[in-house]
Design a protein around this ligand. Structure first.
Ligand SMILES: CC(=O)[C@@H](O)[C@H](O)COP(=O)(O)O
Ligand SMILES: NCC(=O)COP(=O)(O)O
Length: 246
């Protein structure tokens, strides 16, 4: 079974349209956790386009107080500010992504071979506390890529599923993307790395992914579940994603 971690970036982005406190990021976190989500994911970007620093601390307080079983997964580029924030908040999982501050969204994984020394130093710093470290990984990283990822000391990779999400309605391209994802996933599992997945996953494209890429521990999903929640509400959307991931 793949656990669901709901990414609240899109909720925060909707809230930021006005200088008003709704929709409430912590309020939606309560809804999805009460509906059975295993955790909350956020990606506090430097420009605070969606998740703000205040959201990070409010969500941390909510999970510690009312949802001690839930996991907090914070994603981001390991800048000094980001690492300081992680050490203050101490989430259960940190997902490191190679994003430039100006990027529109996360659109590639790490160059594990070229950035191995940098990532190793970051992972060693973050592992001083008992945190799980996950590294954003291109679908075609393959055995050499995941071996380099493991050499950093990280616990998991997160398969970047954006390319699959973009082509899942094209059977030929989707088959090739799923084959790459499955190969990298199995290569990681074979050397004792855990595997997460995320980006542009939806109710429509998840069934084929789950069949082709077994062994994924956690899927972090935000944009798609938010779109579905606008139609059916976050509680029902959460229940449906959990059912598809089961
Ligand atoms: C790492 C990843 O693929 C997403 O979790 C990322 O958080 C998306 O960022 P935006 O929500 O800013 O597009
Ligand atoms: N790591 C992926 C994530 O947290 C959410 O990505 P998306 O579903 O918003 O594309």
């Amino acid at each position: 079974m793949t656990l669901l971690s709901v990414n609240l970036n899109a909720v925060a982005q909707l809230r930021n349209r006005r200088n008003l406190p709704w929709p409430s990021v912590t309020g939606i976190a309560r809804v999805v956790l009460d509906a059975g989500a295993s955790g909350i994911t956020i990606h506090p970007r430097p420009d605070e386009r969606h998740i703000r620093r205040t959201d990070v601390f409010e969500l941390s307080a909510l999970l510690r107080a009312d949802y001690p079983q839930a996991e907090f997964n914070i994603e981001g580029y390991p800048s000094e500010d980001f690492l300081d924030l992680i050490e203050m908040v101490n989430p259960e999982q940190v997902t490191l992504v190679p994003d430039d501050p100006a990027q529109a969204t996360s659109d590639h994984g790490w160059d594990f071979l070229g950035k191995g020394n940098f990532l190793t130093s970051v992972v060693q710093r973050l592992k001083r506390e008992d945190r799980r470290i996950s590294l954003f990984c291109d679908p075609d990283a393959g055995p050499a890529g995941v071996a380099a990822a493991k050499a950093t000391g990280a616990d998991r990779i997160e398969l970047f599923t954006g390319p699959y999400g973009a082509c899942y309605e094209d059977p030929t391209r989707a088959e090739a993307e799923l084959a790459a994802l499955a190969g990298t996933c199995q290569a990681a599992l074979d050397i004792g790395l855990g595997v997460n997945a995320g980006h542009d996953l939806t109710l429509e494209n998840l069934p084929a992914f789950q069949t082709a890429v077994p062994g994924v521990a956690e899927a972090s999903i935000g944009h798609g579940i938010t779109a579905d929640a606008l139609m059916m509400g976050f509680a029902e959307a959460t229940r449906r994603y959990i059912a598809v991931l089961a």
